[in-house]
Design a protein around this ligand. Structure first.
Ligand SMILES: O=C(CO)[C@@H](O)[C@H](O)COP(=O)(O)O
Ligand SMILES: [Co+2]
Length: 217
């Protein structure tokens, strides 16, 4: 079992000291920096938008993993690429033409991600799995950090792993929401490749050590 890709979520950072927190991530064993964009429509919360993302990109030395929790994400793909996104993840539930959106993301030279809410069956991804670089499996209902991990996620990871193998796809499985020191190991054992962690990293006494612990699952 290889070490997971660790993607701390900036949603839990100290926004009054964002530069400091991004520089901490630069020095850490984090692999990606996860950026949660919320529009107050697709999810019942507003986080931040392009200007903040551009500010993060000025300091970040690691790939930016952008999680768009917005309606009509296709309108903003180029803007987020221009703001520094390496991966752009759209929600399955927000796309009427998912295949087209994935092609657009790839034409921008970004990795294409699809996020699924806890109620969305992984089977629905079967017909696009070969076009998806990263499936972001929500292990909480999207919209807020600091929520409790939903245990049904393990079953979904195993099911998705099978779909990826059956289709001979290279898709990474990313887990987002409520990831901590207890569930990280079992998630990796079940087949997770990428762990997003917000509160567990930024609210810990020593975020550098916490990231190292997650990396060493
Ligand atoms: O996309 C989301 C929430 O909608 C996540 O990326 C959270 O930001 C993860 O935060 P924690 O659950 O780890 O505190
Ligand atoms: Co997220």
């Amino acid at each position: 079992m290889s070490s997971p890709i660790i993607a701390p979520s900036v949603l839990a950072a100290d926004f009054a000291n964002l530069q400091r927190d991004i520089e901490m991530l630069n020095e850490s064993q984090a692999d990606w920096i996860h950026i949660d964009i919320m529009d107050g429509v697709f999810v019942p919360n507003i986080s931040f938008g392009l200007p903040v993302m551009e500010a993060i990109n000025q300091y970040a030395k690691k790939p930016l993993d952008v999680h768009l929790m917005i309606v009509q994400p296709e309108k903003y793909l180029k803007a987020f690429r221009d703001a520094g996104a390496a991966t752009i993840t759209v929600h399955y539930e927000a796309c009427n033409h998912l295949h087209r959106v994935l092609e657009e993301i790839k034409s921008l030279d970004c990795k294409a991600g699809v996020a699924i809410n806890p109620h969305t069956n992984v089977q629905l991804l079967e017909d696009t799995i070969k076009d998806i670089d990263v499936v972001c499996m929500m292990s909480v209902n999207p919209g807020f950090g600091g929520q409790k991990f939903i245990e049904n996620t393990y079953k979904k990871v195993r099911q998705l792993k099978e779909i990826i193998a059956e289709n001979n796809a290279q898709t990474l499985i990313e887990i987002d929401g409520g990831v901590n020191g207890q569930n990280a190991g079992p998630l990796v054992a079940a087949g997770a490749d990428v762990l997003v962690a917000g509160s567990f990293v930024f609210k810990s006494v020593d975020p550098l050590l916490t990231i190292e612990e997650l990396k060493n699952q």
